[in-house]
Design a protein around this ligand. Structure first.
Ligand SMILES: [Zn+2]
Length: 115
């Protein structure tokens, strides 16, 4: 036996089946609001309109980092770690002193070791 609780819409006050609790967040402030399907529509439309047309919503601005998403200090730390802890890349020991891109597997091994 299920007991259904019908919520009253905070906007129109009707107790319509399908009225549900929604959390709206704006500028870091959250608000819980119970809305029936009819009153939810304009909110949904507003959110659709607010989405930038170029589809780049929510993506953070480019970060100034090298390959692998590591900072210069982190790359140095990975090389130092790899010098003391030999890592094999494609079956061959990776030369920590080598310049160039640090293979992802080395970064992964370093991160695992630091856990
Ligand atoms: Zn309503």
């Amino acid at each position: 036996m299920t007991q259904r609780v019908v919520l009253a819409c905070d906007k129109c006050g009707r107790e319509t089946p399908g009225t549900a609790k929604h959390i709206l967040a704006l500028d870091g402030r959250e608000r819980e609001i119970d809305l029936c399907a009819d009153d939810l529509k304009p909110v949904t439309r507003l959110l659709e309109k607010a989405r930038p047309a170029n589809g780049r919503a929510g993506k953070p601005a480019g970060r100034q980092e090298g390959a692998n998403g590591l900072s210069a200090e982190e790359r140095k730390a990975v090389r130092q770690w790899a010098a003391a802890n030999p890592v094999q890349v494609n079956g061959k020991p990776w030369q920590a002193a080598s310049t160039g891109k640090i293979p992802a597997v080395v970064v992964w091994a370093y991160q695992e070791a630091k856990r």
